[in-house]
Design a protein around this ligand. Structure first.
Ligand code: FES
Ligand code: FES
Length: 150
């Protein structure tokens, strides 16, 4: 496989092209911030960015990543939108158990980076694929608005 660029660093990984990106991140590289939830692209826990676009890493074979830059929850705080979202999450204490939150943050950052002042409709559309068993949806929406104002 070619080198992968993850959070600005090159990684050479010896793995089959059909391995899901989530497996590579967690099991080979030990980057366990990205979570396994459903494994079938339904919950959003595994969300990462490819060139800034939110994707479900549990269903993306590494052979299809190409030369696109991968950003994970470990590195997203270095981006302007990532820093704002992470601060808002702390300010408003958005997290409950936390399991879904790396994916929530990644989806929220991708939204804010493309739309600095999202309305409720845009927030709901962008976050619809991220499930939270603790029901933090109201605080997530407020967190995104808080970040947009900062
Ligand atoms: S683990 Fe990928 S969407 Fe649920
Ligand atoms: S904070 Fe517990 S699953 Fe979302």
């Amino acid at each position: 496989m070619p080198d992968f660029t993850i959070n600005g660093e090159k990684h050479r990984v010896d793995a089959p092209a059909d391995m899901p990106l989530l497996w590579m991140l967690r099991d080979i590289l030990g980057m366990t911030g990205t979570k396994f939830g459903c494994g079938i692209a339904q919950c959003g826990a595994c969300t990462v960015h490819l060139d800034g676009v939110a994707v479900r890493s549990c269903q993306l074979p590494i052979g299809l990543v190409g030369d696109r830059a991968i950003t994970t929850i470990e590195g997203v705080g270095a981006t302007p939108a990532g820093a704002k979202i992470q601060k808002a999450w702390i300010d408003l204490e958005v997290i409950q158990c936390g399991y879904c939150q790396p994916g929530q943050v990644m989806s929220a950052v991708a939204l804010l980076a493309g739309n600095p002042t999202p309305d409720d409709e845009a927030i709901d559309a962008a976050m619809a694929g991220n499930i939270c068993r603790c029901g933090t949806y109201v605080r997530i929406r407020e967190g995104i608005k808080h970040a947009a104002r900062s």
